[in-house]
Design a protein around this ligand. Structure first.
Ligand code: SF4
Length: 452
């Protein structure tokens, strides 16, 4: 069977979610091609060539671009069967012939082999536990993807996952919609083998893309030890929730000594009532404590934020900007983070929350989210204003410090008089976008244009 696997966007790294099933399908004798629309132009000839097409949709933006690309496939080849797989696979059932979520690699293989099972969410352990080596050779090389940036230097970066899913159920998060509080461990040997091939391709830094790296702390530490022993100079970053940063305080000395350069952590808000509604499991004080704890081990936090929810007030936005300054995080926050607005995809655990009911609108198919309005309508206008400000300043090439100062002014706060030379930019990836955020019009436009 000639199989075309398409990735539309995977946060700037070489798409593991396509490479992994590509390896499995190739091992089974299929002729597999991959297309990454975040890097490569649309290729109509591949659509003509294919017997089956499957889109990887691991996040919201990927899903939105995939919806556009699927219309191209349907126009060219109405006869062609299309699958969508990944975290957002289940919400693609209206446009795909087969929608698959969770640990879907085996089900995807089955679909290509002609199996007519119609189960949507798969949580079997076999797919995550190892299997074929990801077929990274079928994708653009890693030097075309996001790099690790530190002290003005950029290094090639690889990407692996030690686990899938999450043991928690934060109400705004798409992960529990599919995994419902479960995690699936990726076999240690599989993580090592995939890391080895990326190091051989030039990677000097590794991103662990697990939704939360310390969900399975014992397994993650085995992975950290094994990789540090094999590749002592390899640095890495991972995503860890505030609660786990504090709960696993004893692990940070070893994690730091093994090469951890920064931790992404979903702080979301500095309003404790909002954090409770989202069931985040932390308070604003906890977030501050997490910053300090990690710093004692030389690890910087790159917080992700979701400032705009139906309950946001101007005072909360001001408090968030002040929190960033007070904790010396101006160089740690990508400006787009100050503009993120809550998404409510189908199945969101927030939909049943009584505090949301007065603000909830109709489902918007185009944006793949329920509409909602703020309790204070001026906050909807402020979000649009900040998003436009950040988008245009980034397009002009402005630095994060001056954008932060401009955001303070737009929110009615005094500027702090920070200069770009006085603020240290924390280690980071060159792709500034590490959560399931509503894409800016420019980001979405660029991706959709490439899909066309
Ligand atoms: S926000 Fe993070 S910790 Fe919460 S459910 Fe999602 S992945 Fe898990």
């Amino acid at each position: 069977m000639r199989v075309l696997l398409i990735s539309t966007y995977e946060l700037g790294h070489q798409p593991l979610n396509v490479a992994r099933p590509a390896g499995a399908l190739r091992d089974r004798g299929h002729d597999v091609r991959c297309l990454d629309l975040s890097i490569e132009p649309w290729d109509a000839e591949l659509v003509t060539w294919a017997d089956r097409v499957a889109f990887s949709v691991p996040m919201h933006t990927a899903m939105r671009v995939a919806r556009e690309a699927i219309t191209l496939v349907r126009d060219a080849r109405p006869d062609l069967s299309i699958a969508c797989f990944g975290l957002y696979g289940p919400v693609m059932a209206d446009v795909a012939d087969r929608a698959l979520g969770g640990e879907a690699d085996a089900a995807l293989t089955g679909w290509i082999d002609g199996d007519d099972d119609d189960v949507v969410i798969h949580l079997g352990r076999e797919a995550a536990s190892g299997g074929a080596r990801p077929a990274r050779d079928l994708l653009p090389p890693i030097d075309q993807y996001a790099r690790f940036a530190i002290h003005g230097e950029q290094r090639l970066a690889g990407y692996v996952e030690a686990s899938h899913g999450c043991a928690h159920r934060c109400r705004h998060c798409p992960v529990p919609v599919v995994y419902d509080g479960r995690i699936r461990i990726v076999d240690l040997d599989a993580v090592i083998a995939d890391t080895d091939q990326q190091v051989a391709a030039g990677a000097r830094h590794l991103t662990f893309g697990d939704p939360d790296f310390l969900n399975g702390a014992h397994h993650s530490m085995r992975v950290v030890r094994a990789l540090h022993e094999r590749h002592p100079d390899l640095t890495f970053d991972c995503t860890v929730k505030v609660e786990h940063v504090l709960e696993h305080a004893d692990l940070w000395p070893e994690i730091a000594a093994s090469g951890c350069m920064f931790v992404v952590s979903a702080f979301e808000s500095v309003d404790d009532a909002t954090l409770a509604r989202l069931d985040k499991g932390h308070t604003t004080a906890d977030a501050g404590a997490a910053v300090e704890l990690l710093r004692t081990h030389g690890i910087e936090v790159r917080p992700s934020w979701m400032p705009f929810t139906p309950w946001t007030t101007l005072g909360q936005i001001q408090a968030l900007l002040d929190f960033v300054a007070e904790h010396d995080l101006v160089g740690n926050v990508d400006p787009v983070q100050y503009t993120i607005r809550l998404l409510l995809p189908e199945g969101s655990l927030l939909l049943g929350h009584p505090d949301l009911a007065p603000h909830l609108g109709e489902y918007d198919v185009k944006r793949s989210s329920y509409a909602w309005t703020s309790a204070d309508p001026e906050m909807d206008a402020l979000q649009a204003q900040l998003a436009s400000l950040v988008e245009s300043r980034l397009a002009d090439g402005d630095d994060g410090v001056s954008i932060y100062e401009e955001l303070r002014r737009a929110c009615g706060l005094e500027r702090l008089g920070l200069s770009v030379d006085a603020v240290t930019v924390a280690p980071r990836l060159t792709e500034p976008w590490f959560c399931c955020a509503e894409p800016t019009s420019e980001q979405l436009g660029v991706l959709i244009q490439s899909a066309m």
